[in-house]
Design a protein around this ligand. Structure first.
Ligand code: PLP
Length: 385
């Protein structure tokens, strides 16, 4: 991506191009742009310089040959499914995915004749059987599940998919390309909610898709444009700025998370700590192999009950209860009341998502500051019965 020259200089930081439409010198140039013989833009819903610049940088990070920015993580998933499946096709999906993605598959795609079967994708035999039985067009998984960070074996899933001409689509939001590059492990399409760690400052809502195969980009761009799923220039410009420090922020947050997980395990009042970096996590060995750069910035800590969670929240305002993830500073969420609110109590119990479970999105503030505020919150949970 090259930016316009200003005199004999070029801007070092990416400029923001807010124009919704472009002026084209004549019909020959218009034809050349449409036929991709010449660079240029026509209408911002189809393409604009800020989305283009952000997509190019992200595609390189993912090891993809193309990248496409959409207006939200959900917009990018919608574009992916609209591009990959048609009425009568089937999707196989992990049963531990982002709540709105479950809704998209269960309540929206079904209206267009696309059925989804949800299974435990950590059970490879079950995946093999389901792929053979239903011949799905797409297998959809998350690199690390929410909130308990279960890690499926992506290379093994890719192998199962390749044998059956099924596309493996991976939501890599919890890992980011700093820790995992699903395209390198055999995924066909990778998706990121840029809203989280990648833009990283909780002031942007955007999503992203990348892949390696020729022909995917024109199809998905067409879906994005036709269904109106595009991103605005300002959000892209801000996300590109966030991306500059993604690796620094991720490395610092992962180091904080690893230290915090170890520390929490020794604190009275903490019933359970879930972090893939701990040897007792069910997917520890696999996570070590698939995420050589670290085990992520997401962890869970379980307190006695809902009352203890409330006491923690009131005593530790420096760790805001803010049900998203990927902020610069540490925030917490309560899966039973937010992401898994509409699951049945039985289903929550079966998943071990108790009323005392707090999900922590660890940030990149100083570790000492974080540990002190955690200590304050935990002390308060112990005080009154
Ligand atoms: C947030 C999130 C999404 C949706 O992204 P939005 O940008 O909020 O639309 C999808 N998957 C995961 C894992 C997420 O955390």
């Amino acid at each position: 991506m090259s930016f316009p020259r200003l005199g004999s200089t070029t801007p070092l930081a990416s400029p923001l191009f807010t124009s919704a439409v472009y002026a084209i010198p004549d019909l020959d140039v218009l034809d050349a742009i449409y036929e991709r013989r010449e660079p240029g833009y026509i209408y911002a819903r189809d393409a604009h310089p800020n989305a283009h610049s952000l997509a190019a940088k992200l595609a390189a990070l993912e090891g993809g040959t193309w990248g496409l920015v959409c207006g939200s993580g959900m917009a990018s998933l919608a574009a992916a499914f609209l591009g990959l499946v048609s009425s009568g096709d089937r999707i196989l999906s992990s049963d531990r995915i982002y709540g709105k993605t479950t809704r998209l598959l269960k309540h929206e795609l079904t209206r267009f004749g696309v059925a989804t079967e949800f299974i435990d994708v950590c059970d490879l035999d079950m995946v093999r059987k389901a792929v053979n039985a239903t011949q799905p067009r797409v297998l959809f998984v998350e690199t690390m599940s929410n909130p308990l960070c279960r890690v499926p074996d992506l290379p093994a899933l890719a192998e199962i998919c390749q044998a059956k001409a099924c596309s493996l689509v991976v939501d890599n939001t919890f890992a980011t390309p700093v820790l995992c590059r699903p395209l390198d492990l055999g995924a066909d399409v990778v998706m990121e909610s840029l809203t989280k760690m990648i833009a990283g400052h909780s002031d942007v809502t955007l999503g992203f898709l990348a892949g390696k195969a020729e022909g995917q980009l024109p199809t998905l761009t067409d879906k994005m444009s036709t269904w109106g799923l595009s991103a605005g220039p300002f959000d892209c410009w801000q996300a590109e700025r966030g991306l500059e420090t993604l690796e620094l922020r991720m490395r610092a947050a992962v180091a904080n998370a690893a230290a915090l997980a170890a520390w929490l395990g020794e604190q009275p009042g903490v019933v359970r700590v879930v972090y893939p970096g701990l040897a007792k996590h069910p997917d520890h060995a696999l996570a070590k192999r698939l995420l050589p750069g670290g085990f992520g910035n997401m962890l869970c800590m379980e307190l006695a009950d809902r009352a203890a969670v409330n006491r923690f929240m009131r005593a530790a305002p420096g760790i805001p209860f803010s049900p998203s993830l990927g902020h610069t500073r540490t925030t917490i969420s309560h899966p039973a009341s937010t992401s898994h609110r509409f699951d049945t109590p039985e289903s929550r119990t079966q998943q071990t998502i108790t009323d005392g479970l707090i999900r922590v999105s660890v940030g990149c503030e100083s570790y000492e500051e974080l540990r002190r505020e955690m200590q304050t919150g935990l002390t308060a949970t112990l005080r009154s019965g």
